[in-house]
Design a protein around this ligand. Structure first.
Ligand code: PHE
Length: 455
């Protein structure tokens, strides 16, 4: 690679990285985990994990990417040639591709729900029901929209098409431009929806559940889930941050960038909590499961139907979700595209199509996991479930541990110091504590997640 692509502006590189970090992980995984793990206590654990562990591991990935100036496999080859470390990158690329396959399906659902909200058909027949009847209306719609064979597939394919269009635009004209427009939009919608839900009657009890910690609720399970949530929501272990950091100019301050990305990702999670908990408490829906898909596709429509102009709020919410999903799918697809470009010397166009066209097949298999393929099981899991479990429970923690061990013990001496200080031109007080976390604390704690998932 002679001329490596770079982000054009500081704002653009932050927007793109934040766009990757802010995804369905913050928007729907976080509220579900918070509800399941006792509210504010979980929030506290999550914040501590992001700040004390997430940021150092993020810095390890940034330093690898910018120091090695290559794709997730290439950085290891260029920094430690002739050693087997590139396999760590290969695991990250595999994990990222498997995640892409099922995440694209979920992204397709968000587009489908946006479409149904805008046309109003999501709310057809809902105004005459209440209580359990209302819930059943939305549960039946979810079956129809998600469990049907054709409809979700069509929307998934549209999402693949949109991703191809962005990726073909390249780093500056595709990814960076998209993020520059969509990230501000995401924050505007979040704040707008927050104002609406905070002004609902009895919003305060939802806010208290979310923000007043009850320390007796902190159990080992809460700690493990908080850590898992922190890593997933910062896009760690997927090769994304390595790939994006390889597009950072050498003047980018990695420390500052990591703090901004982490804080904005936390902010989105907190705003989401301030939208969801007051809303569900206010309408007495808080005993319902807030499990991922049900929260977004059943409980929230129940909330919207109780407000004036349900289609408006619903459409805004699904635009929000779509933005979060799109900037994340693009970032995760870029891991494979960059690898094909750098390793095999393919053109951007060829690399993009080689990554995205087979995806039509794999994501179709994931989508049909909720329809005709629901009976097809491997280890008792559907294709969708298998890709999800194998990546989040096994590959991502393993990938992060390996990156920490490499950066902490085996990377060229001085790489981290050089990258954090921009080759000595910045003072970086944080290098020693960051290195300490990367060497000792993070690998041990992540290993704990791996083990805990099996007991
Ligand atoms: N941080 C992302 C999220 O919260 C993680 C992710 C990125 C997942 C890209 C998939 C694709 O959703």
């Amino acid at each position: 690679m002679s001329t490596k692509s770079q982000f054009a502006t500081k704002i653009g590189l932050v927007a793109a990285t934040v766009g990757s970090a802010i995804g369905l992980g913050n928007v729907w995984r976080f509220p579900a985990e918070t509800q399941a793990n006792g509210g504010a206590a979980f929030l506290l654990v999550y914040i501590l994990c992001v700040l004390c562990l997430g940021i150092p591991v993020m810095l390890a990935e940034f330093s690898l990417g910018r120091g090695g100036r290559s794709d997730a496999v290439g950085v290891f080859k260029s920094l430690s040639p002739g050693k087997g470390w590139w396999l760590v990158g290969a695991v990250a690329v595999l994990a990222s591709y498997l995640i892409l396959c099922y995440y694209m399906v979920v992204a397709g659902w968000t587009l489908e729900y946006l479409f149904e909200s805008v046309t109003g058909s999501l709310y057809e027949g809902a105004s005459t029901s209440s209580g359990d009847g209302l819930r059943n209306v939305f549960a039946a719609k979810m079956d129809e929209y998600v469990g049907n064979d054709i409809r979700p597939l069509v929307f998934t394919f549209i999402m693949v098409g949109i991703n191809i269009a962005v990726l073909l635009g390249g780093v500056q004209k595709g990814i960076e431009k998209l993020s520059n427009v969509l990230m501000p939009l995401l924050f505007i919608i979040l704040v707008g929806l927050c104002c609406v839900t905070l002004s609902l009657p009895d919003a305060g009890s939802g806010v208290r559940f979310f923000l007043e910690p009850d320390f007796s609720k902190i159990t080992p399970r809460v700690l493990v889930d908080g850590l898992g949530q922190a890593f997933f929501s910062l896009s760690l272990g997927m090769g994304i941050l390595i790939t994006y950091a390889s597009y950072y100019p050498s003047s980018t301050r990695l420390g500052r960038t990591s703090v901004i990305v982490a804080l904005l990702s936390l902010l989105v999670a907190v705003l989401m909590g301030l939208i969801i908990f007051p809303a569900v408490k206010s309408f007495g829906l808080d005993r319902e499961s807030l499990e991922g898909a049900t929260l977004v596709f059943v409980t929230l429509p129940e909330v919207f139907v109780n407000l004036p102009w349900p289609s408006l709020w619903s459409s805004l919410f699904f635009v929000l979700l779509l933005v979060a999903a799109l900037t994340s799918t693009v970032s995760i697809a870029e891991v494979s595209v960059a690898m094909l470009q750098d390793r095999l010397g393919l053109s951007r166009r060829r690399a993009t199509l080689t990554v995205m066209l087979p995806l039509l097949l794999f994501s179709a298999a994931c989508s049909l996991s909720f329809g005709s393929l629901s009976g097809f099981r491997i280890f008792g899991l559907t294709v969708f479930g298998l890709f999800d479990t194998f990546t989040t429970d096994i590959l991502l923690p393993l990938g992060s541990i390996a990156v920490c061990i490499y950066m902490g013990w085996f990377a060229p001496r001085g790489l981290l110091v050089d990258e954090l200080s921009n080759k000595g031109s910045l003072r970086s007080r944080w290098t020693a504590p960051v290195l300490f976390v990367i060497r000792y604390i993070a690998p041990l704690l992540i290993a704990m997640i791996l083990v805990f998932n099996y007991i």
